[in-house]
Design a protein around this ligand. Sequence first.
Ligand code: MGD
Ligand code: MGD
Ligand code: SF4
Ligand code: MO
Length: 754
Amino acid sequence: MTTTLDRPSILKRIQALLHAKEGPLTRELVREPGRFGLGQVPATKIPDATTVMVCGFCSTGCGLTVHLQDGRAINLTPTTDYPVNRGLACPKGWEALTVLDAPDRATVPLLRNQAGARSPVSWHEAMTTMAARFHAIQARHGADSIAFLSTGQIATEEMALLGAVAKFGMGMVHGDGNTRQCMASAAVAYKQSFGFDAPPYSYHDLEESDCIILIGANPCIAHPVLWERVTKNPHAPEILVVDPRRTETAMAATLHLPIRPKSDLTLLYGIAHLLIKRGAIDRAYIDAHTRDFAAFAEFVRPYEPALVARETGLAPQVILDAAARIERSSRVSLWWTMGVNQSHQGVKTAQAAINLALMTGNIGRPGTGANSITGQCNAMGSRLFSNTTNLLGGRDFADPADRACVAAILGIPEANIPRRPSLSYDGIIEGVKSGAIKGLWIVATNPAHSWIDQSTLRETLGKLEFLVVQDMYHSTETARLADLLLPAAGWGEKEGTFINSERRIGLIKKVRRAPGQALSDFHIFTLAAHYHGCGAMFREWSSPESVFQILKRLSAGRPCDFSGVADYHALDLAGGVQWPYPAANPDPSPRRRLFSDGRYYHADGRARFLFDAPRPLPEPPDAAYPFQLLTGRGSAAQWHTQTRTAKSDVLRKLYPRDPYVEINPADARELGLVTGRWGVVESRRGSARARAFVTPTVPAGLLFMPMHDGSTNRLTLAAFDPESRQPAYKACAVRIRAAADGEAAHPTSGPTTH
Ligand SMILES: Nc1nc2c(c(=O)[nH]1)N[C@H]1C(S)=C(S)[C@@H](COP(=O)(O)OP(=O)(O)OC[C@H]3O[C@@H](n4cnc5c(=O)[nH]c(N)nc54)[C@H](O)[C@@H]3O)O[C@H]1N2
Ligand SMILES: Nc1nc2c(c(=O)[nH]1)N[C@H]1C(S)=C(S)[C@@H](COP(=O)(O)OP(=O)(O)OC[C@H]3O[C@@H](n4cnc5c(=O)[nH]c(N)nc54)[C@H](O)[C@@H]3O)O[C@H]1N2
Ligand code: SF4
Ligand SMILES: [Mo]
């Protein structure tokens, strides 16, 4: 890059210019955007420069170097010296800027009139209407008759502002996020076992482990840059992959355990049984740092290999082999993702993995840990600061001391903090169904594609009196249902922080102007507070960086303390900072791993062994629906409901055009299906068309469909883990047949897939 100015002063100029668009909040600005230059490109030329920010797709949190010309992002490359990715990015990261330019970007608020038609309105009219409708609903049905659904994909400062405005300002009690679909089981498991929701690892542990156990995780597709780090491991590690399918990751394993869906709990108990029997446990660690091991050892006594083999479908020899490999290794790490969390017994399965790490002393040392990998770019920010399940900073709404503490830090009346936790996502949907919730505000998530059992959900959303959707695109399945659509800026068009899977707080920056009148979510929440009449409460929350300072105060003294991070500039210089990083005693080590001192967050400092008997599948296959359907990620180039990734020509070339269903050759033969032929998959709830993809990587009796097509969730069953209320997206009973000739094969469920 050619520059004559030094880097900090260039960045300062760029920031000043980009901020010009979202200047001070005044009614005039909102009413007459044109007069204040909204939507105009800055005239001043800026010298070429680069700036580093974290990726806005997955939770790996890669650093991307954005190349700027005239103050505008023109290109990006993976950052070579960012500690997470060291010069690598997956296709989504490379295309992150491309997806911002799309004809279906929401550029102006859209309001539905009484006749049902939607038309553009000014921000002033949009926000006046939203406040009036929500006020009216609350006046008639009570403060908790409006609720929100948020996300793990906006900045921490934005989610904190939304949670605070909605709950402390607007009087809502209920608000949850799409992290419930994703992380709830891991979060509950950690909280119960460790005393705080705290994934303990650093990515470097993937390189230091001599035995890596991946349970229900397919990082080759879902976290490709983390998988790259596994390939950099110099210790020739054992790689055990537990997955019913022979995934890309399983193909690279030293031992693949193709278990029956949802039998992980039994398998992990069986391995614990064997390790205890062989004395392959760390007695000193157990005695010093844990509780209730004796009861656990007693509990797993019946889990003999023969029983475990019967339940899991694995050969007894494979179970013995897995235990032996763990026993032989000195740095064992266990990693899990959605194959564990999205289950009717997700919490207990995650805790079974935690138990294995605790009993073998494989935690707190390099290359070890019971490690949940998160999904979305800011799922970890949402877990701590969305003010949904937990009160800000991982606190408890029901705890008077926690409420008093937050009220004091924020300078707000304690009475404004709800005394009860929110309903979970499914509870909010039930509330809508029963009529208790009449107004809903959905931010940066697309439930009309991603939530379980679509037909019921859509019918339910239709009952709302007023649905507000805030999204980057007007074409998403959910945006099309909105009474009021609020156009939002996306990644690259706003600033803030994300927290990645290894607890690293990283920066996102504004390197482009959002199209039309779209505003950052931060700005929209500020407007909502202002128009709802509670703006004064949030005077200090004037910019993302001022909220970052508030979040530091909320984190101080908590396990997630990052009060030692001075400001955004410090984060920028450091390449992100992992929590904890307390002001009093900042840990200078570049790789921060939790529990190196064996102290957990429970009052007695000890981790818990938690366990329960496995429960039967909520919907086992039967004569009418003889197959089990698994769902998940299809390719490294597709992101969830495809609102973003389907906009890139490059990414579209990297995945099949039509929806597909993976089926075993034996099953396909019997049903007359060949690869490419259209099939119809049916469950008790709905049906979906998909082209057959005949492959031995799925065992007979199982089918796999990616979640990226809107029809997949017409099939799924609304079953939940009782402790985390996370949906069990990965096992329901279905049948499949070849589509009849002439049975129309419309491949897409909406304009967002191609
Ligand atoms: N390319 C891409 N990457 C992504 C995402 C994306 O949409 N696209 N999304 C991100 C998000 S939010 C998340 S949460 C993560 C998800 O990341 P992953 O959890 O790795 O992805 P999934 O494909 O949902 O599920 C992983 C595996 O679980 C297996 N599985 C299903 N049932 C069971 C079971 O009972 N036991 C076991 N052991 N395995 C089972 C499936 O066969 C699948 O291979 O990915 C993140 N990264
Ligand atoms: N069958 C099945 N279903 C699943 C899963 C599965 O494995 N199987 N996985 C579940 C999991 S783990 C997850 S995380 C969910 C994901 O489900 P969703 O959250 O519904 O999926 P996304 O497509 O990521 O939706 C994000 C939305 O936010 C918008 N958006 C992006 N950035 C911004 C922003 O900065 N501001 C605003 N306002 N909007 C923005 C996007 O355009 C998009 O509409 O799906 C769940 N559903
Ligand atoms: S691995 Fe995740 S964070 Fe890294 S570039 Fe890909 S999507 Fe972005
Ligand atoms: Mo997720």
